[in-house]
Design a protein around this ligand. Structure first.
Ligand SMILES: [Zn+2]
Length: 329
């Protein structure tokens, strides 16, 4: 990965705090950065790493973006920085072993050596145990950063050897203005809702055509809820999208319907709003919760390897959706 990382506005306070710890020589050797996916934890870790490695004389203005170290960092080949990410969904023990040499060598540029693992929960058990050894006997001058969206999935022994930093989420107003600053001219609130409030995920959605899929699926769900189409027809219409995408859109609709019923929160998404209006006329909270559980089970079925029954799963869910919107049990 190259290019200089940026400090996201909702990370200013934690950046100042981490740099102050570094100034006082209290940073320690291992951190766990947790928080929701799409909030910019990796961006923060890279920005912090660049600042810790920066060779500027002035500690107030790190990263300077001008020194040799910042230069190497921006080109993605700083010799004292390593980012470890999954290969085929897993971080494997071989990848951790490769990093042991790096950690045990002396630093190439005379400063710290920084290793970032993202997401740390992608480590299999062997990999986690290998990393544990490194955490138990940390080589001097090495900083390990574990990034996790789901820290509960990590070995307790790994967690207990790290200092914990919970990366904050921005307010919805800050997230929306940030999204607009990135050049997104559409409905920022709608896209943020689709991304569960996560700005970086929202930005990714604007760039990847997910929004158009969402609109098509919402229209299909609305037609089905009004009885204008059958579950079978709807399943065929939605077949061009992945079953997982359809399940996620159904989850979004049910969550938005519940938020409206229980807390009076109106969805900012006009496509979803139409669907919710039809749904809420007939379906109560209990039925919505039951259907949501069905979606959760379907998501697990969908992830099973070699699952060839994607169309059947979809048809079953859409048939359930149709009954839900008509008030049938
Ligand atoms: Zn610098």
């Amino acid at each position: 990965m190259s290019g200089l990382p940026r400090l996201l506005p909702w990370h200013r306070e934690i950046f100042t705090r981490m740099m102050a710890l570094h100034q006082r020589d209290r940073l320690g050797h291992a951190w766990l950065f947790s928080g929701l996916q799409g909030m910019g934890k990796l961006t923060f870790a890279r920005y912090l790493a660049q600042s810790l490695l920066c060779e500027s004389e002035n500690s107030e203005t790190k990263p300077c973006c001008e020194c040799k170290s910042c230069n190497l960092f921006s080109k993605g080949n700083h010799p004292d920085f390593q980012l470890v990410q999954p290969e085929k969904r897993l971080i494997k023990v071989e990848q951790i072993r490769d990093q042991l040499d790096f950690a045990n060598q002396t630093s190439q540029r005379g400063g710290m050596k920084i290793l970032v693992f993202k997401p740390a929960e992608a480590m299999n058990l062997n990999a986690a145990n290998a990393l544990l050894k490194l955490l138990e006997e940390p080589p001097p001058g090495t900083l390990l950063v574990l990034i996790s969206h789901q820290p509960a999935l990590l070995l307790a022994t790994l967690r207990s050897r790290c200092q914990h930093l919970r990366c904050p989420a921005p307010t919805s107003a800050l997230a929306a203005s940030w999204l607009n600053e990135q050049g997104y001219a559409g409905n920022a609130e709608k896209i943020l809702q689709l991304a569960n409030g996560a700005p970086l995920l929202a930005l990714h959605l604007t760039e990847s055509g997910v929004l158009a899929e969402h609109e098509s699926i919402s229209q299909c769900l609305s037609g089905l809820a009004r009885g204008q189409t059958s579950a079978l027809q709807a399943a065929h219409e939605c077949e061009k999208f992945s079953t997982m995408t359809c399940i996620e859109n159904l989850m979004l609709a049910v969550k938005a319907a519940l938020a409206q019923q229980q807390a009076g929160l109106e969805s900012a998404d006009p496509d979803l709003q139409t669907v919710i209006q039809v749904l809420n006329r007939k379906a109560g909270a209990m039925a919505l919760h039951a259907y949501y559980r069905k979606l959760l089970r379907a998501r697990i079925d969908c992830l099973a390897p070699n699952n060839a029954n994607q169309l059947l799963i979809l048809e079953d869910l859409l048939s359930g959706w149709s009954k839900l919107s008509q008030g049938s049990p």
